[in-house]
Design a protein around this ligand. Structure first.
Ligand code: FE2
Length: 135
């Protein structure tokens, strides 16, 4: 896995959400950096805690805005948020219980999240919010 770079084609057109998404890129890169220095396991707890804080706040912001403007895909989108949150909570719980956990598994999960949710699913609201004049 190589370091991720934010690219303009990842923009969803809503500045606040782009800023949020950059935070996820930074968290993945932080984990990647720790792994490449042999400190992946040590970094996992802190990274997972911040991914949880990040996702709870960010998902709520997205869903609140969708609700406010009546975005038709809200239900499906919120269900995907819930799935990502639950998987992250499961990883965090496993760590608390002292379970064996590979940082590479978490890193792969986060990269997949960035690819399928942030870069694919979040794009579905980009045009909708642009039409409503939300920037
Ligand atoms: Fe989302």
């Amino acid at each position: 896995m190589s370091l991720l770079t934010w690219r303009d084609d990842m923009s969803v057109g809503v500045a606040k959400f782009d800023d949020d998404h950059r935070q996820l890129v930074d968290l993945i890169n932080e984990l990647h950096d720790a792994m490449s220095h042999g400190r992946g396991s040590a970094a996992l707890e802190s990274v997972l805690d911040r991914v949880l804080d990040y996702s709870r706040a960010h998902f709520k912001s997205e869903e609140d805005l969708m609700r406010e403007y009546g975005f038709p895909g809200l239900e499906e989108h919120a269900a995907d948020h819930q799935k990502l949150l639950e998987q992250t909570e499961t990883y965090r719980e496993r760590l608390t219980q002292g379970g064996r956990m590979m940082s590479v598994e978490v890193a792969e999960f986060l990269v997949e999240w960035l690819r399928t949710h942030t870069r694919d699913m979040d794009k579905r609201y980009a045009e909708f919010f642009a039409d409503k004049g939300v920037v």
